[in-house]
Each structure stands twice: as structure tokens, then as C-alpha cells.
Ligand binder design. Structure first.
Ligand code: AMP
Ligand code: GLY
Length: 426
């Protein structure tokens, strides 16, 4: 089987790693991939086509007789890649452009949850500055959470602690238009207290299977302080999501989401990311994403015992219930190494050195994100550069092993959080 993976981050490196393990797979293309997927060798090869170049990707899949395409990031989903591939008779794993609105339009997602009785923060939708301002001036209950409805590279959410912060946010969105048309519509919602968890589902629209629940670390600084980022590290399984909480998530969120999409004539297929806030064991949806999370994929994929390709094929054939979807009985932690300055402007082109001792560590995986080759030299080319995943019998051991591995990797200005997973231990 010949597989094409679309995207070039840490998540896609982890997908390539999981797919390449499958005996069913003879070739793995990653478009555009990164320095890490370039180095995998064997059946894995990078293809210089951007993830949003749907025409180029389809042409490649047709020319190279690709049997299955897996979409990593959200932008190609929004561009309708799944509809285009399906329309040309090419097998593709992901939601349609319409169904992907669960991620690509926060207004769509909130209205959908409301119609289907799925627990989420109460909200209002605004289409202009004046009505948003009127609403905020009457609000006494801060913080309020202000969100650009469209895709904004994970930066379109502002938690406003005061009226002043909120006013600045709606000015940025509606007047300065810092996110352009992604903020033509703005959601203002109440602030949810609690702790976040990420639950990922593989679904054929009706059947579904769960990956282990994980937790991301979205803020740049130790103790969850400072700016929001794409994610600075993750671990799984997240003890916060007990069996009882998982059952509530399944009954109150996952089942009604899949049923709602089906009943509305737009079944959701692919990976579904449910971002949750959990308070006193009660889950509410913070957001949906139409894909796996990054860096959560770098912990949930290595913890999958079963063959990922077997699962995705079964999903595409509508026999997800028949296939084994087993997890390893271990814990995983991933620590993201970022460029100095991230998530603001950061430096690039720094040479990366990896000590050979790293390869001798069992159960450690080095996933690349923003890396590329400058001739023979591996250099940094993004904000999040690498993520180091470690598997161990317990969470504590996996954290310790991940940080030991971090010690073997270096580039100028490397920044990482030193407290990934610490919350789960205390
Ligand atoms: P989103 O892109 O919707 O996931 O939002 C990004 C981050 O903002 C989330 O991961 C949360 O940390 C935070 N956030 C979003 N909505 C809320 C909310 N209603 N209450 C508290 N925090 C929120
Ligand atoms: N880790 C958060 C995300 O992938 O959106």
C-alpha cells in the first residue's frame, strides 16, 4: 500500500512513523514533510508540495497511484481536500470541508453544540464592533473569552480578564483586523473554570474508537503562564480523565456530535479532536478540531499498539467496530523544543546537534517540526522545532526519560518548558 501524509509538523512526523511501522505499507510520502521525515529513509520520502496545494497533491496521488491519503493539518481540510480526493475516486482520511467546520468556524461549532445539547460555554455571536462593545459594556462577569470564528493559526482566542482587555481584543479583531476575515464573525463566550484535556476519536461517521486522553501545555511559560502557543508539550494518559469522566465525554459529547452530524446529512469522518474543560468531573467542550492535536499526536500515536493503517482502512470501509484498537499499557510524555522568541518572532537557521547517545535510549522518539536541511546541516526553520517523546511504565518515568533525552539535543537559543506533566503528578 502506498500512503501520502499531508503536512510537515511534529504531528505528521509521528503519523509517518506510525504508518511506516505497518507491514501493509510499502511507501510513505510526506508532503511537504520536514527534516525529520527526510531522514527517516527506508519507505519514507518527502515530496515538495505544500499542504494547501490541493491540485498539486491530487495530481501527485493520481500519478503515483497513492492508495490512501491522510490529512494532518486543518488548512487543507478547509480548502476542501477531502471532497476533491473523494470526487476523483482517491481514498482519503479526514472530514469533508463542510464537516470540518466543527473546527474552521467557531460559530458553526457553537450553533451545532447548542442545537444538539452538547455542553459548552454560553456564547453570543457578533458581526461588528459596536454591538460587541455594547454587549461587553453591559457585562459584569469577567473574564470573557473572545474568539475569531475562523482559522487563526491557534492565535484567535483572547481570554479578557477586564473590560479594557476585552475592548482591545474586539478593536484588534473588528477594527485593526489582525486576523482578517477569520474575524468577520466573533464569538464571545463565558469563561470555563477547570482543567483542559484532549480526547481524540477515529470515526467513520457512525462507529468510533478512542485514543488515550491526553493533555497539552498551551502556554509558553512554566506553571501555565505567558502567551498561548501551538502547544509546548503533552502527556498521556491524562489521569484527569477518569473512567467516569470518559463515559460522560462519550455519552454527552462524542455520541451526540456524531449523531448530530449524521442526522443533519453531513456525517463527520476522520480524526475528531474534542478539546474539553473538566471541572469537578463535569466535561464541557472548549473546541473541536478536525484533526489530531500537535503535540498530542506525538504521545497518543506511540501509545497505539494496533496497526494505525488497519484502523484507518477499517474506518474508510465502515467496519471500525471489527478492528482491534489496542493501546500499550504505558505512559508517554513529549517535550517541545522551541526557537528563542517563540511564539513571537523567532530566529531560524540555527544548526541542530543531536548526540548519538540519544539513539541508544530505548523508548525515546525524536519527532521533528520546524527543521530542514541546509546542505548536509540540519537547521531550525520554525517556532516549534522538535519534540522528544518518551514511553515508560509510569508517567513519572516517562517525564524523567523525556527530559534526559532533551539533554542530548542542542541548538542556539533552544527553549522548552521544564514542567511538562508536572501537574498530573501533584
Ligand atoms: P480554542 O482555540 O478555542 O481551543 O482556545 C484556545 C485556548 O483558550 C483553549 O485551549 C483554552 O485554554 C482557552 N479557552 C478557550 N475558550 C475558553 C473558555 N470558554 N474558558 C476558558 N478558557 C478558554
Ligand atoms: N495542541 C493543540 C492543537 O493541536 O490545536
Amino acid at each position: 500500500m502506498r500512503v501520502l501524509i499531508v503536512g510537515g509538523g511534529g504531528r505528521e512526523h509521528a503519523l509517518a512513523w506510525a504508518v511506516a511501522r505497518s507491514e501493509k505499507v510499502s511507501k510513505v510520502y510526506v508532503a511537504p514533510g520536514n527534516g525529520g521525515t527526510a531522514m527517516m529513509g527506508g519507505k519514507v520520502e518527502n515530496v515538495a508540495i505544500e499542504a494547501v496545494d490541493v491540485d498539486g497533491l491530487l495530481r501527485f496521488a493520481l500519478d503515483e497511484s497513492v492508495d490512501l491519503t491522510i490529512i494532518g493539518p486543518e488548512q487543507p481540510l478547509e480548502a476542501g481536500i477531502v471532497d476533491r480526493f473523494s470526487g476523483s475516486g482517491k481514498k482519503v482520511f479526514g472530514p469533508t470541508k463542510y464537516a470540518a467546520q466543527l473546527e474552521t468556524s467557531k460559530v458553526f461549532a457553537k450553533e451545532f453544540m447548542c442545537r444538539n445539547g452538547i455542553p459548552t460555554a454560553s456564547y453570543e455571536v457578533f458581526r461588528d464592533y459596536v454591538s460587541a462593545k455594547d454587549f461587553l459594556e453591559k457585562t459584569t462577569d469577567f473574564p470573557q473569552v473572545i474568539k475569531a470564528s475562523g482559522l487563526a493559526a491557534g492565535k484567535g482566542v483572547i481570554v479578557a480578564d477586564t473590560l479594557d482587555d476585552a475592548m482591545r481584543a474586539i478593536d484588534d479583531l473588528f477594527e485593526k483586523r489582525i486576523f482578517g476575515e477569520a474575524a468577520d464573525e466573533v464569538v464571545i463566550e463565558s469563561f470555563l473554570e477547570g482543567e483542559e484535556a484532549s480526547v481524540f476519536v477515529v470515526t467513520d461517521g457512525t462507529g468510533y474508537r478512542f485514543f488515550l486522553p491526553s493533555q497539552d501545555h498551551k502556554r509558553i511559560g512554566v506553571g501555565d503562564t505567558g502567551k498561548n502557543t501551538g502547544g509546548m508539550g503533552a502527556y498521556a494518559p491524562a489521569p484527569l480523565v477518569t473512567e467516569d469522566v470518559m463515559r460522560k465525554i462519550e455519552e454527552r459529547v462524542v455520541v451526540p456530535t456524531l449523531e448530530g452530524m449524521r442526522k443533519e446529512g453531513t456525517p463527520y469522518t476522520g480524526f475528531l479532536y474534542v478539546g474539553l474543560m473538566i471541572e469537578n468531573s463535569e466535561p464541557s467542550v472548549v473546541e473541536y478540531n478536525a484533526r489530531l492535536g500537535d503535540p498530542e499526536a506525538q504521545v497518543v500515536l506511540p501509545l497505539l499498539e494496533s496497526d494505525l493503517i488497519g484502523v484507518l482502512e477499517a474506518s474508510l470501509d465502515g467496519r471500525l467496530g471489527d478492528v482491534s484498537f489496542e493501546m500499550k499499557g504505558e505512559a508517554a510524555t513529549t517535550v517541545v523544543l522551541a526557537s528563542k522568541g517563540y511564539p513571537d518572532s523567532y530566529e531560524q537557521g540555527k544548526e541542530i546537534s543531536v548526540e548519538s547517545k540519544l539513539e541508544q535510549l530505548d523508548n525515546v522518539m525524536l519527532f521533528h517540526a520546524g527543521t530542514s536541511f541546509d546542505g548536509e546541516k540540519l537547521t531550525t526553520s520554525g517556532g516549534r522545532v522538535l519534540s522528544l517523546t518518551a514511553l515508560a511504565p509510569s508517567l513519572k518515568e516517562s517525564i524523567d526519560l523525556a527530559y534526559r533525552a532533551v539533554g542530548y539535543v542542542e541548538f542556539e537559543g533552544v527553549y522548552y518548558r521544564r514542567d511538562i506533566g508536572a501537574k498530573a503528578l501533584s
